[in-house]
Design a binder for this molecule. Structure first.
Ligand SMILES: [Zn+2]
Length: 249
């Protein structure tokens, strides 16, 4: 057996110490990210605001936490197999190369798993939040979600116009006892739906265009272009928009 180079061995000791500390820092960042997200989420009580917060942040937060953990794992692997690495400097470089490749591959796999499978989980919760019975803050009455036909008379002219111009949807919650309404806006470009081609919930509106502006007498038409971020499937959909109430167009 060859003599070990004492300088190299002592370098490896220092290396292992530092790499372990840096790996722990990455674990810490992952933990802080998740905790910060959770604390902010728990601080929101309104179901609509909760819905928007989850829709805007959860998938990214989860991905960045997993990325930090993957990097931590990759760093930790650079402290294992010491007897082999101690033999010669070349082995150190081999370990560095192998662990870097594995970390990259794992990160890529995690990334696609999170972007493809995680939306199912998130969307189920988003749907529950969207349909959770709203409560009138003034008297605690349970409110009713109005249908597309019923909701028209509670929406302002601006809302009807906005629905006619872009892929947005308004939910109108109505307290039948007092007539109090709570109106919530959902943006079609940020809500993913199930893709008919691959089956994942990764189909979103990427563009919309007015085919026909609504008038007082006639409904309008809005064309939506949807694209799947997983399989690349594209489709177009024509949405009928509400009539206008006043002669403004
Ligand atoms: Zn697809």
């Amino acid at each position: 057996m060859e003599e070990l180079d004492p300088k190299y061995v002592s370098f490896l000791d220092t290396w292992n110490g530092w790499i372990n500390i840096i790996a722990l820092v990455f674990v810490g960042i992952a933990a802080i990210l998740s905790l910060y997200y959770l604390v902010r989420l728990l601080a929101i009580s309104d179901p609509k605001r909760k819905h928007d917060f989850i829709n805007n942040n959860e998938i990214n937060m989860f991905w960045y936490s997993m990325l930090n953990l993957t990097i931590a794992g990759g760093l930790y692997l650079n402290t294992v197999a010491n007897t082999y690495v101690q033999e010669e400097v070349m082995h150190f470089i081999v370990r560095l190369f192998i662990t870097a490749s594995f970390t990259t591959i794992f990160a890529l796999i995690f990334n696609s798993l999170i972007k493809v499978y995680y939306p199912f989980k998130v969307n189920r919760r988003l749907n529950q939040l969207r349909h959770k019975i709203r409560v009138n803050p003034n008297n605690g009455n349970k409110m009713k979600l109005l249908s597309e036909e019923e909701e028209d008379k509670h929406m302002t002219d601006e809302m009807i116009e906005e629905e006619a111009r872009a892929s947005v949807d308004f939910d109108v919650w109505f307290d039948e006892e007092t007539g109090y309404t709570k109106i919530e806006k959902y943006d079609g470009t940020s809500l993913a739906v199930e893709c008919p081609s691959c089956g994942y919930r990764t189909l979103r509106v990427i563009e919309d265009q007015i085919l026909r502006s609504p008038t007082v007498d006639e409904e309008g038409e809005l064309e939506e272009f949807l694209a799947c971020s997983y399989c690349g499937h594209k489709e177009r959909k024509v949405v009928v928009t509400h009539r206008l109430r006043t002669k403004t167009a």
